[in-house]
Design a protein around this ligand. Sequence first.
Ligand code: FAD
Length: 305
Amino acid sequence: MLGQLLLAASNSGVVRRAVSGFPLTKKVVDRFVAGESVEEARNAVERLCDAKLAVTVDHLGEETRDARAAEATANAYITLLEALKPLRLGTRGEVSVKLSAVGQRLDDAMALEHAREICAAAAAVGATVTLDMEDHTTVDSTLGILRKLREDHPSTGVAIQAYLFRSEEDCRDLSAEGSRVRLVKGAYREPASVAHQGRAAVDKAYVRCLRILMAGKGYPMVATHDDRMIAITELLADRFGRTIGDHEFQMLYGIRTDLQESLAGAGHTVRVYVPYGDDWYGYFMRRLAERPANVAFFLRALGGK
Ligand code: FAD
């Protein structure tokens, strides 16, 4: 119930202004966001790489309905990739892109053009790009843009949300050699007409999608903090003869850092999703919605403890 309220608040302009204006909010946001500037993002990436972790960096922002803002976001990614170049990350470096931040709500062609610019800038520094998945109304458009991007940049990946009824089919379509799929449970408030509701149903759907990806020939990116999903991934890797380098785990910045480091210490590729920028509100509220304990953390910080 609290999670549903927080997801609703993530779309509310009134709540956004109230939360953003609160002086202590920044202290709490810092737990989940690497900073506002490119320099802070770069420093966070450097720290994570020193700890043997890979990264996927997200320039925060979503739902742009302004062509200039879409262009500014694409340019921000290009600046970011140039700033990361001296770190020589190779495939340990990646950026995550929300197509709605580069014009998808205005025009698919605009989003495709900006995504192409970002893919070209990433390729120039040896990094990859993964498309985040947003609410269910964007899935067909995102997968269409992915197909076009992969003609020139075949390593471009995409997130698939296990909670959507359609996702088993999408995983089947994307399980061929060369494809990179980040499997997530799903973070948006979706209606019962398109998505499983409730934790148990979503978890079961996650396992079904995971099985399809692990049995396939692509590169599964298992994005979860759930111990059970991680254990099931290891069982499926055994069953389908996968080795440690042909799939990876992914987790969010600031969440279960102990687990991130222990999996990396055991030889797994663990990629940390590193969000940065000043448009942190939607991202931050979805993280609160995922876990009531985070709300308690937020309230304690507002009380100065
Ligand atoms: P849960 O069942 O939510 O959590 C399992 C356990 O993990 C919890 O019991 C808790 O111990 C820990 N945990 C989970 N969340 C938190 C938290 N916020 N704070 C502290 N502990 C926590 N969603 C999309 O819809 N589109 C995307 O493109 C997308 N990209 C993502 C990229 C990455 C790398 C990751 C890790 C997640 C992404 N998500 C995305 C979010 C995802 O859909 C889930 O909302 C989120 O990962 C929580 O689900 P979980 O699998 O960790 O399992």
